[in-house]
Structure formats: C-alpha cells, structure tokens
Write a protein that binds this ligand. Structure first.
Ligand code: C2E
Ligand code: MG
Ligand code: MG
Ligand code: MG
Length: 286
C-alpha cells in the first residue's frame, strides 16, 4: 500500500527490487487459489508456565505449501495477503481451524488448553470481524475465554476504532494478548486502555538476553510494566536454558520457544502435550 514507505516504489532500475516485486505479484495471484485448494495449514507451538514447565496453551501459526512443495514463510505472504485484502477470508479460516482444534482437544485426553490466534489489524479495521468471530465461536462451540487474540503492539495502538473493536472482543469474552511487545512505541497510558491480559516480550530481546546487557533491562522493565497493569508476561523465542533462567529470575510468567518445542502439526502437538503433561498423582488407595 501507499502508506508503507518505500515498499513497492521503484526509484531506479534494480534487479533485486524488480525480482522482489515480481515475487510479490506472483504470490498475490497464487494466494487467491491457495485457500480453495487447501494449501494452508496451521501448526501449534506450546506455551508453558515458567514456574513448573506445565504447558497451558498453544499459539496457532499459519503455514503455506505451494503445490510444487515449496513452503512460503508467513513473513513473506502475510504482508502480501494484507495488501491484497485476502487476509480477511484467510484470517477467518485461521480462527475457525484454531477453534475447531481447541474444542477437539478440550473434549479429548489433551484437555483444556488456551489457544492463541494471531489477528491482523486489517481484520480489526474490518466492520464484519466481530460478527464473523461470533459466528465462528458458536458454530465451533468454543468458549471465548479459551481463545486468545494476539494483536501486534504497533497495531493495537493504532487508533480509537481499533481500540473500540478490541474492547468489544474483550467484552465477548476473548482473551487479548499484545504481541511483539517492546518493538512498537506504545505510551503507557495507551497500554493501560487496552483490555489485554497477556504481554508477549518480543523475541529480539530474548535472543540477546545472555549477550546484550540492555536486553536484560528491557525484559525486566517489560515484566514490571506488565505486572503493574495486571497482565501475565510471556517471553517468545526462548532457545536456551540460560535465557529461560534469566527470564524466570526476572519474574516472567510464561514462555514459548524452540527450547520446548517448535510449532507442530496437530497430531504431533497432541502427542507432545500428552508426553509433557504433569504426571498425574496416583489415585489414593483405600
Ligand atoms: P509471531 O506471532 O510473533 O509468532 C512467533 C514467531 O516466532 C513464529 O514464526 C514462530 O515460529 C517463531 N518462533 C517461536 N519460537 C521460536 C524460537 O525459539 N526461535 C525462533 N527463531 N523462532 C521462534 P512464524 O510461524 O514464521 O510466524 C511469523 C509471523 O507471521 C508471526 O509472528 C505472526 O506475526 C505472523 N503470522 C503467523 N501466522 C499468522 C496468522 O495466522 N495470522 C496472522 N495475521 N499473522 C500470522
Ligand atoms: Mg503471535
Ligand atoms: Mg510475536
Ligand atoms: Mg512477530
């Protein structure tokens, strides 16, 4: 879009730029058929409590495989889908799939887990999102308290209309998480206005925890701010035991990252949960 400074604006002939533009155009045309042809799927990454390692939820992440077998990364196709308006129907599909799986697990041996779903600001700006979310909840028989909508920090702060929509969703019972926190420019007063219950520390700070002293201070500040505002703080992208230990010592509540598990297709995720559930206490013998 025109609002994205620089992107798609060709100043002079540059083969790399032209190739990127060509790639985007061909992705746009392929996006249209991808949903109808079942090329999208969801993978699930466990979220665990830092106090005792218990898994309590998962984040649903979108995957796209082209018919020739190539995987396209979300960082490549989500912005394209947003520009092309395709994110509206794709986002509905994601929410429905995620709700279906949450309910399926809730009613199976896996048990009740919270399901986090990424929502694009394009969906929040669209007048029909609240209604389609309502329809999806009731047709899946999902409890909105089990569904967490993740909104990127920069977008959550966008404007009053987006804020009003987030409040409506919260009023419907959805849990709200602020994603990629620390990378945007939120004022604390704005943050306080958001009815969010989870603050996700962006992976960039977690990655640098052991090496860049400032990252530790930033993470510590985010934990304090989140707790001050009554939120649970979750660190994303934990890859090492050292990062985990630092975050635990800072009082961070929850974590997600390759240290525990990569995002997995539903059957592997189910097995992972069953293998990593806290051992049940043996029934009392009388
Ligand atoms: P995000 O919501 O911040 O998701 C976290 C990303 O970090 C995911 O990348 C996940 O696979 C990755 N990740 C998790 N743990 C680790 C780790 O320990 N190390 C490393 N290196 N990476 C880790 P993914 O799946 O490629 O998604 C990228 C972004 O695309 C997401 O960032 C989100 O903004 C967007 N996205 C993904 N699925 C959806 C969706 O269904 N709808 C929308 N609107 N956006 C989505
Ligand atoms: Mg996310
Ligand atoms: Mg994130
Ligand atoms: Mg992200």
């Amino acid at each position: 879009g025109a609002k994205r400074s620089g992107r798609g604006r060709i100043l002079r002939f540059d083969p790399a730029m032209e190739e990127e533009l060509h790639g985007r155009l061909s992705l746009v045309s392929r996006l249209a058929e991808a949903q109808a042809n079942g090329q999208f799927s969801l993978v699930y990454q466990p979220q665990i409590a830092l106090s005792d390692g218990t898994p309590f939820g998962s984040e649903a992440l979108l995957r796209w495989q082209l018919p020739e077998g190539t995987w396209v990364r979300p960082d490549q196709f989500i912005p394209v889908a947003e520009d092309a308006g395709h994110i509206l129907s794709l986002g509905e599909w994601v929410l429905r799939q995620a709700c279906l799986h949450q309910v399926h697990w809730r009613d199976s041996a896996v048990g009740r887990l919270r399901m986090a779903v990424n929502v694009s600001v394009r969906q929040l700006r669209d007048g029909s999102f609240v209604h389609s979310a309502e329809r999806i909840l009731s047709s899946c028989n999902a409890d909105p308290r089990d569904i967490e909508l993740e909104i990127t920090e920069s977008h959550a702060m966008e404007n009053d209309q987006v804020l009003a929509t987030v409040r409506t969703l919260r009023g419907m019972g959805f849990s709200i998480a602020i994603d990629d926190f620390g990378t945007g420019y939120s004022s604390l007063s704005r943050l306080q206005q958001l009815p969010a219950s989870v603050l996700k520390i962006d992976r960039s700070f977690v990655t640098d925890l052991g090496t860049v002293p400032e990252s530790r201070s930033i993470a510590a500040t985010i934990v304090k701010v989140g707790h001050e505002l009554g939120m649970t703080v979750l660190a994303e992208g934990i890859e090492t035991a050292e990062q985990e230990e630092i975050l635990r010592s800072l009082g961070c509540d929850a974590a997600q990252g390759y240290l525990y598990a990569k995002p997995m297709p539903a059957p592997q995720f189910e097995r992972w949960i069953l293998d990593n559930m806290p051992a049940r206490l043996p029934a009392a013998v009388s």
